[in-house]
Design a protein around this ligand. Sequence first.
Ligand code: RIB
Ligand code: CA
Length: 329
Amino acid sequence: MNAKTRNVIIDCDPGIDDSLAILLALNSPELNVVGITTVCGNVPTHLGAANALKILALADRLDIPVVMGANRPLVVDYTSAQDTHGDDGLGNSNIPAVTNVHAGQNAVAFIEDTLTEDPTTSILALGPLTNIAEVLQRDPRLFEQVDRFVLMGGSYKSHGNCSPVAEYNFWCDPDAAKIVFDLMPVDIAMVGLDVTRKIVLTPSLLEYMHDTDPEMGAFIKKITRFYFDFHWQYERVIGCVINDPLAVAYMIDPTILQGFDAFTTVATNGVARGQSIVDDHDFWHEPENSHILTTVDTKAFWRLFLQRVTHATEPDLTTTLQQLLVEGA
Ligand code: RIB
Ligand code: CA
């Protein structure tokens, strides 16, 4: 492992964009994925674990442990996002299950044991924050030396995606989200909808992926078809927003996103359930607990993703990106 490699746990709810995020992490030498924990979110946690194993099998990395976590949010009832990700969580692609490797059963214990063994392990949280909140409630000191804590979730100024004000990961378990912002002893990098909405996988990008890596491109086409249809039907977007890979990209190259520090909390009930409330004018004079990402270098993101996941190479990557990315789109 080279000096620059960062050990990381990916806590997620695969999920189509989670799956793309895992593929980016696995193909990036800056990150050493030491485990994948799953949480009830896009799909129930057991389906998320089964899908994580499918992604690891595709990448020939079944050496990485997958461990199931929370089956339900801390307080509210569980609401999946299978309307967006398909009943199977991978766009109803019916990819064969991995049968020779099984997921573990206790994500909380896995996270605790991993942080005890290597307290500097980084965390990528790409789903509802139930598992992370449970570990924090048991012993927040475990996170004191975490090198980076990066989450996909919340929204500063952009509208919500499961209410006018709430992003799904925070809405699905608002109590867990609040606990994370209340108790996390290290800075929380919040990669929210303000920046992830700029990352749109378009048909042209998909074709380019297929050209540069037919096998991986065919897989990504297979799991995103359902997602494309959803985005056109409900948001009149041609393509699909892939949220989670941007959080991974930020952990790999922090220059891809820019933002500011602030105190943030999360509304846990009522009409604003799941809303991330960013005190950007220091009204409450609370200590800053988060770094809110607000601008993204989309070309830099796509360059990283296309190079790492579907092995695009120069010189055609630069010329192709100039054609595929319409500025300000
Ligand atoms: O709101 C988008 C987030 O919710 C993404 O992480 C997606 O995978 C779902 O978990
Ligand atoms: Ca997710």
